[in-house]
Design a protein around this ligand. Sequence first.
Ligand SMILES: [Zn+2]
Length: 131
Amino acid sequence: MPNLISSVLQLKCPKCREGDLFCNKSSYQYKGFFDMPKKCTKCGQDFEIETGFYYGAMYVSYALTIAITVAVFVALSVLNLFSIGIFLITDLIALLLALPYVFRVSRSIWIALMIKYDKNAIQHKHEHQAS
Ligand SMILES: [Zn+2]
């Protein structure tokens, strides 16, 4: 069984943990960057739960942005490299590099908070289609 953390980080469907949340697997290609399938290709879970569902993901990405900033601050302090100028530049670069992934993983975390894992999700879909 794929675990919660790795399936969230790999941007998988929260219900079956096998289908992909995004059409284009690479977070660093511009084409189709925002595109998500309407439903999970594996288990049929709806990814557009309601209009504006992903607005809540903004709070998640805000929290992640703060976490990255804190991590940069701690890393520079530990390495004894801290100065305000180096901190601002390093933080800016780190945030820009992380931005595409932060955007996607925020949605992944957000939907995982709302939908429970169902280890029989894919099987259920097939049963449903057969009947
Ligand atoms: Zn699924």
